[in-house]
Design a protein around this ligand. Structure first.
Ligand SMILES: *[C@@H]1O[C@H](CO)[C@@H](O)[C@H](O)[C@H]1NC(C)=O
Ligand SMILES: *[C@@H]1O[C@H](CO)[C@@H](O)[C@H](O)[C@H]1NC(C)=O
Length: 288
């Protein structure tokens, strides 16, 4: 094949990819249509951007107020005061205003790769925020914590503790959603992740019946491969939020606010991680 011909094929392919990836795409999702305030609960400054950027932007775009509560200043390497500032700048980029974001620095909730956080301590720490901002949806990690960090893994148990032990003290009982941890290959699928997710979302629209079977199968497989014996879960249809290219670039820009964290392997992460593009959620139901 002549050289110029090859170049035009590549250009065509790139144009096709750009067209495919440009727009964000969201499944009909109760995360987005929740008429109330949404709280994103994270463990360390930069989680909001490394894992949850598609969701923050999607919910904000749906005109639902997003609040962001980070339970530590990320002081494992002594950089806590810097990282607290970085958290603010990152959320400036992602669109969560100053009066809707907080970082807690609690002696029993310190950034530590070897420590699980106590569920009751977490529940006590988040309770005042839930109450005073009338939070109706809590979004956080699942029990596998995406990156296997025990601080991440502690959060759904803490939120569950709050909803089960202090439900009578809350005027509205928030719904709780976990970000699904995928196995290693889909997790680092990079740009293939939004392509595959968009493909399956478009199938859902075109072949709803067919897709009901596929998604049942998918859920069954998911339960088989990521068993989660610690939390009582009820799996309901999963909200899927896929960023477009502008949202991905916004997430990259927010990541640049976390200058203290931008060592080479984090650049690799932002290039290959599914979570920079795609967030899949599952609701944790406490009643069954
Ligand atoms: C709290 O939010 C719920 C919706 O989740 C709403 O029905 C209720 O009126 C709100 N309460 C206050 C005091 O704003
Ligand atoms: C993390 O916890 C371990 C054990 O509890 C402790 O030895 C270590 O010093 C802690 N690390 C930091 C950075 O606080």
């Amino acid at each position: 094949m002549p050289w110029s011909n090859r170049v035009s094929w590549i250009a065509l392919l790139l144009a096709f990819l750009a067209a495919l990836l440009f727009q964000p795409e969201y499944s009909a999702s109760d995360v987005l249509s929740s008429h109330g305030n949404v709280l994103l609960l994270t463990a360390h400054p930069d989680d909001e951007c490394l894992f949850f950027a598609p969701t923050i932007q999607a919910v904000t775009r749906a005109n639902t107020p997003v609040y962001s509560l980070c339970l530590s200043i990320g002081d494992a390497d002594g950089l806590g005061s810097v990282r607290r500032e970085e958290f603010g700048r990152s959320l400036d980029v992602l669109g969560v205003p100053k009066d809707r974001r907080w970082v807690i620095d609690h002696p029993d909730l310190q950034d530590n790769f070897t420590k699980y956080w106590d569920a009751e301590t977490i529940a006590d720490a988040i309770y005042p925020y839930i109450l005073s901002h009338n939070i109706s949806t809590i979004l956080t990690f699942d029990a596998d914590g995406i990156s296997d960090h025990p601080n991440h893994k502690s959060l759904p148990a803490g939120a569950t503790y709050l909803l089960t032990h202090r439900s009578t003290e809350l005027p509205t009982l928030p719904r709780l959603y976990s970000l699904i941890t995928r196995s290693i290959i889909p997790k680092y699928a990079g740009i293939l992740a939004p392509i595959a997710s968009k493909f399956s979302l478009s199938q859902e629209r075109t072949f709803p019946v067919f897709d009901a079977h596929i998604s049942q199968l998918y859920r069954a497989l998911q339960l088989a491969f990521t068993p989660n014996p610690n939390t009582k879960t009820h799996v309901s249809p999963q909200p899927v939020l896929v960023s477009g290219i502008p949202e991905y670039l916004t997430a990259l820009q927010a990541m640049r606010a976390h200058a203290s964290q931008l060592v080479w392997f984090r650049w690799l992460y932002v290039l290959f991680s599914r979570y920079m593009w795609v967030n899949e959620w599952v609701e944790l139901r406490l009643d069954d």
